[in-house]
Design a protein around this ligand. Structure first.
Ligand SMILES: Cc1cc2nc3c(=O)[nH]c(=O)nc-3n(C[C@H](O)[C@H](O)[C@H](O)COP(=O)(O)OP(=O)(O)OC[C@H]3O[C@@H](n4cnc5c(N)ncnc54)[C@H](O)[C@@H]3O)c2cc1C
Length: 424
């Protein structure tokens, strides 16, 4: 970034950093990629977010909105200005039990929202495994979902309206009752309608988790509602400053069936046999993750409960039920699937089991080794073979190893999320 560009951005009055330490801290996310940004901004309100994004656009600097940076595909990093929404925008307001809604700042963390809602008997449906860090802004932009996707769908299904900052700094309210962005809405509708036959052919009905990407098939069903396009847009269309979300009653009861298997293959086959029981979730944990818990005091109680040392296994399915729990658990046991089964209904015990699954990130990235294996990515002979996004990479001669996850990161030049001056 040139001194003139830097000056323009500083003049907004927003908390913005250009020092080396901050740029290094924001050069990585949970993916294998590493891109050093030119600076990082921390807006405190929608006006500051608007001013900083407008200034970046005027200065020709690209913008990447960011929440907690737990994304796996490098979409929370970029070479221009990172606009970080998780430091200041953590307010939960406008709880309306009758309407079943609440408003959150983009930086509200999912666990924070659920802790707030629990005493009222409510929760937010989609449950990413990174709930202790993931922000609602990041969840909307990624259209995140979790283990209970069959019950709750994805985050897009739970957004009532959004307050967004466009690439030119306009602050807009988006949602079915808002008339904003009429020109853009008409353009999108024309584009989407022209492709509707192709979409129907390629995306069969009933596909609950098409994740992420612009929700053009959702938009087709509800053309007035631009939130469907913004959810899943990975920060490429606008920055989300706050959101009005649907909230749901907590389930009245819960139960877990644990099935232990001698191989991952058998566990995968068994999931098909379990679907008729209508579980709220079926999650899988395999031995590499279980092995990482060995000798760790924090996981001793969970290992004892799962009897991992006395009755080892290769793989476990966690099957959760919300309705007719006792009956469903007894049917599950009677099917005699796998090596053995165990059923749990005590909240403390169920939480112990989920804590192993939820610690997946820190357990796996804590593995000592030359490279981190990431979703859909394989290294062979020091070359990146394939990545989920099929980007073009050259492995840099001096790929650095970060202290944080002891993994080799590759730097890559990539598109900016919010292109300066871009609009939908
Ligand atoms: C171990 C592990 C498990 C995971 N499990 C799941 C899972 O179960 N389900 C799932 O869906 N994902 C999962 N993820 C991926 C990731 O954690 C989620 O998608 C999460 O919701 C991202 O939230 P974040 O705040 O970290 O977003 P970030 O990573 O910071 O950003 C995500 C995207 O959103 C954009 N963005 C962020 N904030 C804003 C904003 N305010 N306005 C506009 N755009 C914004 C960014 O530019 C980026 O494109 C997992 C990741 C890890 C490492």
């Amino acid at each position: 970034m040139t001194p003139a560009q830097e000056r323009k951005i500083r003049q907004t009055g927003c908390d913005v950093r250009f020092d080396n330490l901050t740029r290094q801290l924001y050069a990585t996310d949970a993916s294998i990629y590493q891109i050093e940004p030119s600076g990082v901004a921390f807006p405190k309100d929608a006006q500051q977010a608007s001013a900083i994004i407008r200034a970046a656009a005027d200065a020709g600097v690209s913008v990447t909105p960011r929440g907690a940076g737990t994304s796996l595909v490098g979409n929370a990093i970029g070479e221009g200005l990172i606009v970080e929404f998780s430091r200041y925008n953590r307010q939960i307001t406008d709880l309306d039990i009758e309407k079943r809604s609440a408003r959150v700042g983009a930086g509200v963390v999912l666990d924070q929202l659920n802790d707030f809602l629990k005493p009222h008997g409510f929760c937010f449906g989609p449950d990413v495994a990174t709930s202790s860090r993931a922000t609602l802004g990041g969840m909307i932009a990624n259209n995140s979902s979790g283990a209970r996707c069959p019950v709750y769908g994805t985050t897009a299904d739970h957004v009532l309206s959004l307050q967004t900052v466009m690439a030119d700094g306009r602050i807009e309210k988006i949602g079915p009752v808002h008339e904003s962005l009429a020109t853009e809405r008409a353009r999108i509708e024309n584009l989407v309608r022209a492709r509707s036959a192709e979409m129907a052919e390629r995306w069969p009905p009933g596909l609950i988790k098409r994740w992420p990407g612009y929700g053009i098939e959702r938009f087709l069903r509800a053309p007035n509602d631009l939130t469907n396009i913004f959810a899943g847009s990975e920060g490429t269309l606008a920055a989300i400053f706050s959101a009005e979300l649907k909230i749901l009653p907590l389930p009245s009861e819960k139960g877990l069936g644990l099935i232990f298997f001698p191989s991952v293959d058998e566990a995968m086959q068994a999931t098909v046999q379990l679907l008729d029981l209508k579980p709220a979730a079926i999650e899988h944990i395999d031995r590499p993750l279980l092995d990482q818990t060995k000798g760790q005091l924090h996981f001793r109680a969970a290992r004892d409960l799962l009897e991992l040392d006395t009755q080892p296994c290769e793989s476990i399915l966690i099957v959760e039920f919300y309705d007719d729990v006792a009956e469903q658990l007894s049917i599950l046991q009677s099917r005699r699937i796998g090596l053995r089964t165990k059923t749990l209904t005590e909240p403390a015990q169920m939480n112990l089991v989920w804590s192993v699954r939820k610690s997946g990130l820190s357990l796996l990235t804590g593995c000592i080794g030359a490279a981190k294996i990431d979703h859909g990515t394989a290294w062979a002979g020091g070359q990146l073979l394939w990545s989920r996004r099929q980007r073009t990479f050259a492995r840099p001669a001096g790929a650095r190893s970060t202290q944080r996850n002891r993994s080799k990161k590759v730097s890559a030049s990539r598109r900016s999320n919010l292109r300066a001056g871009a609009s939908i």
